[in-house]
Unconditional design. Sequence first.
Length: 486
Amino acid sequence: MAMRFLYCFLMLFALSFSAGAQEYIAEKGKNHVVRAAPLRGAHPAQGERAKPNVIVILTDDQGSIDLNSYGATDLHTPNMDRLAKEGVRFTQFYAAAPVCSPSRAALLTGKTNLRAGLPDNVPIPERADERGQYGLPTEQVTMAEMLKKNGYHTSLIGKWHLGHRPQNLPNAQGFDYFFGHRNGVIDNHSHFFYWDGPFIHDLYRNAEEVYRPGEHFTDVMVKEVKSVIDRNTATPFFIYWAFNSPHYPYQGAPKWLEKYKHLPTPRKEYAAFVSNTDEAIGKVLDYLDEKGLTENTIIVFQSDHGHSKEERAYWGGGNAGPYRGSKFSLFEGGIRVPAIIRYPKKIPAGEVRGQLTMQMDWFPTIAELTGSKVTENIDGKSLMPIIKRRKKSSSHNIVHWQIGNYKSEESQWAVRKGPWKLIGNVTEPMAKGKSSQLPQLFLVNVEEDVSEKTNVAAEYPDKVDELLKLHRSWIDRVRSEMKIAD
């Protein structure tokens, strides 16, 4: 009996000591000088438990295959391709719209451009009243606002093109810091806007107009991105790096023009600007390495839509490869774009995903990876399930596009269900001197005819009716939600 009592006493003492020891070790461990070896690229001020930094890179008017990892053989894009080698690239990734402003609105809100309140490009301020479009509505919750609530410092470097009134500018849409231009295009050396309106200087730091005459805007952006990184060593940062390239005017550095002098115009001018952009991205990737931030930084890369065939772009320059169409068109070449995500801590390297994915998906994906809260009813779906399981089906069964306004009879629109895609009021920009006769409804099975050469609407009237009903039901819901009067 005495032995049993002694045994129980010793066991209780041991358990008590063990619990106390664990508490002591846990408490002392908070400030213990001996730490595990840091991850590759881990910032000493952040540590392994820090929230990841986020850099979203959006190129402008870059063609569907215009980097080496997507099939280009006449371009030099080692840094964009580095992202693909060190992350996951998507081969059936769709922009939300084939034009600039609606695409950017969808990226920043996780919603289709109509639900984000931006059916078409934002006009210059002098035409805003006439067209009744002023930019991304203030009530929309942006990616910057979501991340800011989670303790992030938020910056926009580059092109805005989402409104000019104070309530529509970056600092009123969740960005702590803005450096760039408000309109859709500038001259890269003078930083003046001189298209479709008054000749105005367009370079700002927050609300202050600044001047950098003679400095190429791409070089200025690189300096600004590095500066944001340097100012946020102890705080997670979100940088939305919105390039204005390779959008016209094609203004690649002389060394790139020299490299591509063997190519015909306009490919050589376009190619020089693509490589100029790639070089800038490389400088920032190297800087992240230098600062030890690579491992804990999410990088998203995407083109906003297909390449331009506008006169100011010399009627072309970009390449959609097998896809028909370009900027302004809902054929594949206008909306199927290169897209990549790299995050060494949680994203596998060198992998490819072919599932249907959408631009709005970045919003919930970044929310999931950063532990941020999505408060709105969005259209995007997190990409993490298909990133983790390469054979998992797409999260999107039916997807919709509409560009122009909220009236389908006046707008180009499309709906896709499975492999079947129906385009209404088809638009296909052509090079100078060319024209194309297009039907009002164009039906295609994109798995069987990815080049969209043949309209099979007459052969499959039941499929046309099915997709037409899906589109009408969707646009009715959107119009009701957005309180659009008949």
